[in-house]
Ligand binder design. Structure first.
Ligand code: PMP
Length: 360
């Protein structure tokens, strides 16, 4: 494919080519219906099959039993920062693990609805690390939930284990959902914006164990109540039909290509290749603590702002985009989500060598 570039964007990001091709056709004539997927009613039998299948595929891939509901909501992951405590905290206390910009954002919203215990924070050291297994202190008695972010998109760190806790576990999986097998039964509540590993932006996947529904504040406006969205099958209002269609196709692609075991191996190999290129170089250095390195977002720098800029600008000229670090931290970042190609990773490693030779 000569008209495609290598896309290392942190999200929206690269999606599987066969899915994009199929979506092109589905925009014109979805499943022989004579209308495009974005033209068909969310209440039609046609779309009903799509949303049902998307739900079932997510449940299968994540090993979720029928105790869990899968919702497709509006407002991005950021809406879950407040919607969750608004529904469930209700003046109680929650524990937060502060490992990055997004965890911090979630924690600050929770303070509106109850007490927050910060069990760990690497804010002082630029969010360079996550707590190791066993490092988190026990959540205080009566904790409603413990919230953590499994992958820190900005800092380039990620958990390689599920934190041990007796409190119900809540996870923002926006940037690593479906990237590796997980034991879904360990979680009470999971949320993730679609736009990294699952599809385009426009919908947020919310997974919740049904036993929590009774505890939600019943006096909230309908759009903010999980129970309403469950009762209406994510169709209390018009959902983002295109994003849900894309999630269904991306999860079908995952299931047809070895599922999350194969995906984890691919992601690991691609991340290792880029980390190896960083570690063998004298020009580049990784930004995250080695044990905390993310397999999705690889953050690195030349140590010189002007050179970092020269790096991503030069990369763009060679057909590689999205390598500029997050605007809040600068530096460089390469995202290797599920659909990232080996060709892109090789091109980046080669370009790093060439850049070092020219700017040693
Ligand atoms: N959490 C994480 C881990 C993220 O990476 C992001 C976005 N990059 C968000 C939350 C916010 O997501 P949204 O833009 O969908 O609100």
């Amino acid at each position: 494919m000569t008209d495609r570039i290598h896309n290392f964007s942190a999200g929206p990001g690269v999606l599987p080519e066969p899915v994009l091709r199929e979506a092109q056709e589905a925009l014109w004539n979805f499943g022989g219906s004579g209308m495009g997927i974005v033209e068909c009613s969310h209440r039609s039998a046609l779309f009903d099959e799509v949303i049902h299948s998307a739900r079932e595929r997510i449940k299968r891939l994540m090993g979720l039993s029928d105790d869990y509901e899968v919702l497709f909501l509006h407002g991005g992951a950021r809406t879950q920062f407040f919607m969750l405590p608004m529904n469930l905290l209700r003046g109680g206390r929650a524990s937060y693990v502060d490992t990055g910009t997004w965890s911090y954002g979630a924690m600050e919203q929770a303070r509106r609805y109850g007490a927050v215990d910060v069990l760990f924070s690497s804010r002082q050291t630029g969010y360079d690390r996550i707590p190791g297994p066993g490092e988190l202190p026990k959540a205080p008695d009566g904790t409603v939930y413990l919230h953590y972010t499994s992958n820190n998109t900005v800092a380039g760190t990620g958990f390689h284990h599920i934190p041990q806790t007796s409190a119900p576990l809540v996870c923002d999986m926006s940037s690593d959902i479906l990237s590796r097998p997980i034991d879904g039964s360990k979680f009470q509540f999971i949320y993730a914006g679609a736009q990294k590993n699952m599809g385009p932006s426009g919908t947020t996947v919310v997974i919740l164990r049904r036993d929590w529904l009774d505890r939600c504040d019943p006096d909230l406006p309908e759009m903010l109540r999980y129970g309403i969205h469950v009762a209406k099958g994510s169709m209390y209002n018009t959902p983002c039909t295109f994003a849900i269609y894309m999630i269904e196709r991306v999860t079908a692609w995952l299931e047809a290509n070895g599922g999350l075991v194969a995906m984890e191996a691919k992601n690991r190999a691609q991340a290792d290749a880029i980390y190896a290129a960083i570690d063998r170089s004298e020009r580049f250095r990784g930004k995250a603590d080695i044990a905390s390195r993310s397999t999705m977002n690889i953050t690195f720098t030349t140590g010189d702002e002007a050179l970092d800029t020269a790096f991503w600008q030069g990369a763009a000229e060679c057909g590689m985009v999205g390598l500029k670090g997050h605007r809040s931290v600068g530096g460089l970042r390469a995202s290797v989500y599920n659909a990232q190609t080996d060709g892109a990773v090789t091109a980046l490693s080669d370009y790093m060598k060439e850049f070092e030779a020219n700017h040693g």
